[in-house]
Design a protein around this ligand. Structure first.
Ligand SMILES: NC(=O)c1ccc[n+]([C@@H]2O[C@H](COP(=O)([O-])OP(=O)(O)OC[C@H]3O[C@@H](n4cnc5c(N)ncnc54)[C@H](OP(=O)(O)O)[C@@H]3O)[C@@H](O)[C@H]2O)c1
Length: 223
């Protein structure tokens, strides 16, 4: 098990308390049941705590990981740790080659990423784990919270098959790849695109979590 700092643990406990308050909105959505089962390439934009925690788990689960930041030449240790053929690339190249894109960057980076790569992302699955935090992200946090962080991001990345997941769980609290089978946690997630359900659920199970579908993005919860 990864080790959580006290701050991370506080976030995790808070998220857990929120989860206990879930009102049974686990209604199924219809989707193509086969879509989640093929091996896929994931562009992980952001290779910090969250990008590495998820990326290492997905690499071990058989996804082809491409980690991308503004400094892909510095990601040698990251791709070595992920193993399983993981690569590093520029954001543009990773987006181009990926079936699924995950955003694991400070929320304030989203507008510029959307401006540069939003068109190339259209039609692709986009998993968003970013939280808007005023102390780190500034004004955009207030704007995003006013409409809902998930909805604000989905508007920035209009045309993607947008999934909101993983944002309520601290990076340090995910299992290591060899602990996935014994992991036991619920992972709430939301989307407005019913077709992504098998993909989202497979991604969540690959981290050791049990997917809890909470409906549309208006139901997405924040820290
Ligand atoms: N850490 C957690 O426990 C946790 C839990 C839930 C949700 N989240 C959310 O997940 C997101 C990532 O958190 P983190 O803790 O992993 O952050 P982090 O450790 O600070 O890593 C951020 C990563 O984003 C990259 N990045 C920043 N600006 C970029 C840009 N414009 N284009 C491409 N890459 C960029 C950084 O690389 P370069 O600077 O080299 O580009 C770095 O690899 C945040 O929004 C956070 O709120 C975190």
């Amino acid at each position: 098990m990864r080790r959580c700092s006290r701050k991370r643990l506080r976030i995790e406990v808070f998220a857990f308390v929120l989860m206990l308050g879930l009102a049974g909105s686990n209604a199924p959505v219809s989707a193509d049941a086969d879509e989640g089962s093929e091996a896929k390439t994931i562009a992980m934009i952001g290779a910090g705590d969250m990008g590495q925690a998820l990326g290492n788990l997905w690499a071990a689960a058989g996804y082809h990981m491409i980690f991308a930041t503004r400094n892909p030449d510095e990601l040698g240790d990251v791709i070595e740790a992920a193993g399983h053929g993981a690569e590093a690339a520029s954001v543009g190249e990773a987006v181009e080659r990926a079936d699924i894109i995950t955003l694991a960057v400070p929320y304030k980076a989203e507008p510029s990423i959307a401006e540069k790569y939003g068109d190339a992302m259209k039609g692709k699955v986009l998993v968003n784990v970013d939280n808007a935090l005023e102390y780190r992200d500034g004004d955009i946090a207030e704007k995003a919270e006013a409409v809902g962080e998930a909805i604000y991001s989905a508007r920035l990345f209009e045309g993607t098959r947008f999934i909101r997941a993983f944002n309520l769980k601290a990076a340090c609290s995910f299992p290591e790849p060899d602990e996935v089978e014994s992991a036991d946690f619920e992972m709430p997630w939301t989307t407005n695109d019913a077709s992504v359900r098998p993909i989202a659920e497979e991604l969540i199970r690959a981290t050791g979590g049990t997917p809890v579908y909470e409906g549309g993005l208006e139901n997405a919860r924040e820290y």
